[in-house]
Design a protein around this ligand. Structure first.
Ligand SMILES: *Cc1c(COP(=O)(O)O)cnc(C)c1O
Length: 224
C-alpha cells in the first residue's frame, strides 16, 4: 500500500527537502488518494496525459503541478497555463519563450533549469559550462522565476558516481545562488538527499510500478 511507503520516506526528510510525487502513468484516483495523505506536489511528464488528470482533480485547489518531461516549444503555453513548476527548461531559446509566454498569460511558474553533467543523447539539459556562459542572459529574463537546477543521472552510473554528480549539481546551484536542486528518483534519492537535493522526484517507490511503459529513461525524455 503506498500510504506506508509514503510515510516512511516522508518521515526521513529534513524540513527543507520536498517530496514530488511523480504521477505519470497513474490514474487520477491514485493521485487523489495520495493527496488524502497530505501530499500536495505532483509531477507529470507528458502534457496530453496530464491535462485530463488536472481537469479531473481541479476541485482540489491546493494541489501544485510540476512539469518534469521534455518541454517542446509548441507546448509551452499550455504548460505555463496549467503548471506551477517547470523542471525541464533546457535551452536559452526555451527560457526566453517561457518568460515571454508567462508575461502574456500573467503566470509565474517556478523554473528549474535542467543540467546534464554527462554526455547522454537521450536527455536534454544545459552542459554546465554552457549554463554558466548563458547565465547573464538568463538572469535578465524578467518574467522567468528561476529557482533552481534539475538533473538526472545516466542509467549506467553507480551509486558513488551518482552522488558525485548530484554534488556537482548542488555546487553549480550554489554558485548561481539558486536555492533549489531537483534531483534523485526512486533508485537514487538517498544519494541525492545526501548531496543537497531540495526536491526528490519519486514515482515508482511511492506509487508502485507504473501500469504503462513510460518508465524507461529513453521514453521519459522523448515524450512531451
Ligand atoms: C518518471 C520520472 C521520475 C520518477 O521516476 P521513478 O524512478 O519512478 O521514481 C523522476 N523524474 C523524471 C524526470 C521522470 O520522468
Amino acid at each position: 500500500m503506498f500510504s506506508e511507503r509514503f510515510k516512511e520516506i516522508a518521515a526521513c526528510l529534513p524540513a527543507n527537502v520536498k517530496l514530488l510525487a511523480v504521477s505519470k502513468g497513474q490514474p487520477s484516483i491514485s493521485i487523489s488518494s495520495m493527496a488524502d495523505f497530505g501530499q500536495v506536489d505532483f509531477g507529470e511528464s507528458r502534457l496530453q496525459e496530464a491535462l485530463p488528470k488536472l481537469k479531473a482533480l481541479e476541485a482540489r485547489k491546493n494541489l501544485r503541478w510540476h512539469f518534469i518531461g521534455r518541454l517542446q516549444s509548441n507546448k509551452v503555453r499550455s504548460v505555463v497555463r496549467a503548471f506551477d513548476f517547470i523542471h525541464s527548461v533546457d535551452s536559452v531559446a526555451l527560457a526566453e519563450r517561457v518568460s515571454r509566454i508567462s508575461l502574456e498569460e500573467q503566470r509565474s511558474p517556478q523554473i528549474m533549469l535542467q543540467v546534464k553533467f554527462r554526455e547522454d543523447p537521450t536527455k536534454g539539459g544545459f552542459a554546465p559550462s554552457k549554463l554558466i556562459e548563458a547565465w547573464p542572459k538568463l538572469s535578465l529574463l524578467d518574467h522567468l522565476k528561476i529557482v533552481g537546477l534539475m538533473t538526472m543521472a545516466p542509467i549506467d552510473l553507480d551509486i558513488v558516481e551518482r552522488k558525485s554528480l548530484f554534488r556537482d549539481c548542488r555546487d553549480l546551484a550554489n554558485k548561481l545562488n539558486l536555492p533549489e536542486c531537483s534531483m534523485g528518483m526512486s533508485n537514487d534519492w538517498q544519494q541525492a538527499l545526501e548531496a543537497g537535493a531540495t526536491w526528490l522526484r519519486l514515482g515508482s517507490s511511492l506509487f508502485g510500478e507504473r501500469s504503462n511503459h513510460v518508465n524507461s529513461p529513453t521514453d521519459i525524455t522523448k515524450s512531451g
